[in-house]
Design a protein around this ligand. Structure first.
Ligand code: COA
Length: 262
């Protein structure tokens, strides 16, 4: 790997974006490497979560601006590339579909695509000093990794518009108050808080965790009745799992469960 560090820790995998010279801006190579690790984590039954983190100064400052250069002859090829072959777009698209919990651990800047990356993860743990913003309008661009969709869903339209139009950055505490982040830890300690969360998730039945995520993702924008159908189907599927038997038996026997993800 050139742009990321990968570490297996207890029952999860930790991806560290590692481009200090570019404040962790992501390029095609970075996205391709992250996609590869996600694919491996999906195939690894013993891996129960994915943590994505950055460096102390920056989680990620967005897509590497040098990759926005275009051949004027091929301007409309951009549309096809973004849709079909560009790894950065494939990575952003892949995140909501990952079947395992993905936690963003944010210290320092989470700007542009970096903030969008964090919002496409399942939850965010931030260190004091983290800053969140979508400054693309300052560059004549606009959010291109679902920011116009994810941010208003989290904080409502007026504030989302203000952030995109003015480039206003939110502090970790502001992001906590707006429910963008789940937890704020001491500066430099977000990873510890994130690992603690991953440990708690990993102790529970993986299929339950997976189906909860799926029901929430699939059910958010449908009618309540349709959402209840989605939940009911997942609930029914769990009836066939051995972990359900194990969970109930452990509760009965007053012992910790030993879940296997089956
Ligand atoms: N793409 C490419 N390079 C980036 C980058 C990005 N998104 N963000 C930072 N860098 C690079 C800088 O160009 C600089 O490289 P250089 O030393 O070769 O010139 C290096 O990272 C350090 O950044 P610098 O701006 O000198 O650090 P700073 O502490 O003064 O400012 C930021 C930090 C995050 C405020 C500033 O880098 C910034 O505004 N970055 C762009 C954020 C953005 O607009 N993202 C959306 C992109 S679509």
């Amino acid at each position: 790997m050139q742009d990321i560090l990968v570490e297996r820790n207890e029952q999860w995998v930790e991806i560290t974006i590692n481009r200090p010279d570019k404040l962790n801006a992501i390029r095609e190579q970075t996205a391709s490497e992250i996609l590869q690790v996600i694919e491996e984590a999906e195939a690894d039954r013993s891996c129960r979560a994915i943590l994505i983190r950055g460096l102390d100064k920056a989680f990620c400052t967005g897509v590497d601006t040098s990759e926005f250069k275009q051949d004027p002859e091929e301007i409309f090829e951009l549309w096809r590339r973004r849709k079909r072959s560009r790894k950065v777009n494939q990575m952003f698209r892949a995140l909501p579909d990952v079947t395992k919990p993905v936690l963003a651990i944010v210290e320092g800047y989470a700007l542009g695509g970096g903030f969008e990356l964090a919002m496409l993860c399942d939850l965010i743990v931030a260190g004091e000093g983290a800053q969140f913003g979508l400054p693309e309008s300052k560059l004549g661009l606009m959010p291109g990794a679902a920011g116009t969709q994810t941010l208003p869903r989290l904080i409502g339209k007026p504030l989302a518009k203000e952030m995109m139009w003015t480039g206003r950055r939110l502090s970790a505490q502001e992001a906590l108050a707006m429910r963008i982040v789940n937890h704020v830890a001491e500066k430099g300690k977000a990873i510890d808080a994130g690992r603690e969360l991953a440990r708690k998730i990993a102790a529970n039945a993986p299929l339950s965790v997976m189906f909860c995520k799926q029901a929430i993702e699939r059910g958010t924008n449908v009618s309540l009745s349709e959402g209840m159908n989605i939940e009911a189907d997942s609930f029914f599927s769990l009836a066939f799992s051995t972990d359900k038997e194990e969970g109930l038996a452990a509760f009965r026997d007053k012992r910790p469960p030993n879940f296997t993800g089956r």
